[in-house]
Design a binder for this molecule. Structure first.
Ligand SMILES: *Cc1c(COP(=O)(O)O)cnc(C)c1O
Length: 379
């Protein structure tokens, strides 16, 4: 079933499109009366926009969010009758791409509003989304600006957003007071734009409950199998499994060290598997754990999974190679040429991310280009 390239690759990714579709359906159901969009920015969180778009369209998604207009242009032929929203909005010089490719700009500021209104005057009617900042202080009109706009008698009739949206700063933390604060501020906006559909929730927001759902939800990370809620059991199905080949298994006598900086010293005779994965593949150097000065505060590094067991990463991750301690596995259970799982079905991507002081989003979006990719299943 797999290609010869996949079966012999130094490192390889399996992307489970059935799990992707199932995760989207689960988030769509959890959105109650709201519709779930699909968030496909950054090459669909690193998994590949073409496969993700076709799969999520087949699963029923019709609303798609990407970051840039270029991502929108790439997405357009993949979802011919889907509505594509561009998070970065528009600026002078790229307006025509929105009109030519039927892309909906998200208007994030008074300046972008002026650019959009000028484009409308010149080119005729076009939908837009109004983004209101309710506390993130990143993008969006202020609540006051948005309410003033809603009540502005000079507001041209041609300006009628198809959606008002805002974004949660702390949606992954159900106890955080920011959630309720932002919800209340957003309700002031939706009251001013009565009758206009509204959207507030990312993955975390979907899990916060029905109050946060409005008309359209925007789950991203949960659909890709990552943790939407910190500190809770992740109910989503893993989508991406990363594996790499063991190039050599060596015996290291007790007392010796390994890898750059000689940061690990073995206290027993050890068997070490040298694996074809490194930071150039997005297996970040920081997952080495306490051996790297950056992470003195957290001594334990990442784990891999091999022959039914978790095996610890040891020493420093280098550009192309990493070391795993396989001493606790039976000698015959580990051979050069075997594949070790770095994350996926048996090792949660968020656990590896945590070992590196980061989040699953960053591991996914930095997956390198050396992996041989296999897409399995579908909607
Ligand atoms: C990326 C993004 C999302 C998706 O967020 P997740 O935390 O991945 O669910 C939703 N809305 C906006 C505005 C985003 O930028």
């Amino acid at each position: 079933m797999h290609s010869p390239e996949f079966l012999s690759a130094a490192s390889r990714l399996t992307v489970d499109l059935t799990a992707l579709a199932d995760n989207w359906r689960a988030m769509n159901e959890r959105s109650d009366k709201a519709r779930a969009a699909a968030v496909l920015k950054a090459d669909a969180y690193g998994i590949g926009i073409a496969h993700a778009a076709r799969t999520l369209y087949a699963a029923g998604a019709r609303d798609f969010f990407v970051a840039t207009v270029e991502e929108g242009v790439e997405l357009r032929p993949l979802v011919p009758d889907g509505r594509i929203y561009i998070l970065a909005g528009l600026w002078p010089g790229n307006e025509q791409l929105f009109f030519d490719n039927d892309l909906v700009p998200i208007v994030n500021s008074e300046e972008q509003l002026a650019v959009f209104m000028a484009a409308l005057a010149e080119r005729g009617d076009h939908p837009c989304v109004l983004h209101v900042d309710t506390g993130m202080n990143r993008l969006g009109l202020s609540v006051e600006e948005a309410i003033a706009l809603a009540h502005d008698p000079a507001r041209p009739a041609s300006f009628s957003p198809v959606l008002v949206m805002s974004h949660l700063a702390c949606g992954d933390d159900p106890k955080h007071p920011m959630n309720l604060y932002q919800l209340q501020r957003f309700r002031e906006v939706t009251a001013a734009f009565e009758g206009v559909p509204a959207s507030l929730a990312n993955s975390g927001g979907v899990c916060l409950g029905e109050d946060y759902h409005f008309d359209l939800t925007r789950p991203g990370i949960a659909v890709y199998g990552g943790e939407a809620m910190s500190g809770a059991v992740n109910p989503m199905k893993p989508v991406v499994t990363a594996e790499a080949r063991i190039l050599q298994v060596r015996t290291v006598p007790s007392g010796e060290t390994a890898s750059y900086g000689a940061s690990v010293r073995f206290t027993r005779d050890s068997r070490i598997a040298t694996v074809a994965i490194g930071y150039a593949d997005g297996y970040h150097r920081s997952v080495s754990g306490g051996g790297v000065t950056l992470r003195q505060a957290m001594p334990s590094g990442a784990f891999g999974f091999l022959n039914g067991r978790k095996v610890p990463h040891v020493g420093r991750v280098t550009m192309d190679l990493s070391l795993f301690d396989v001493t606790d596995l039976p000698e015959k259970a580990v051979r050069a040429g075997d594949y070790i799982e770095l994350f996926g079905r048996n090792v949660a991507i968020d656990d590896v991310a945590r070992a590196g002081g980061t989040i699953g989003y960053e591991l996914l979006t930095s997956l390198g280009s050396r992996y041989c990719r296999a897409y399995v299943g579908g909607a």
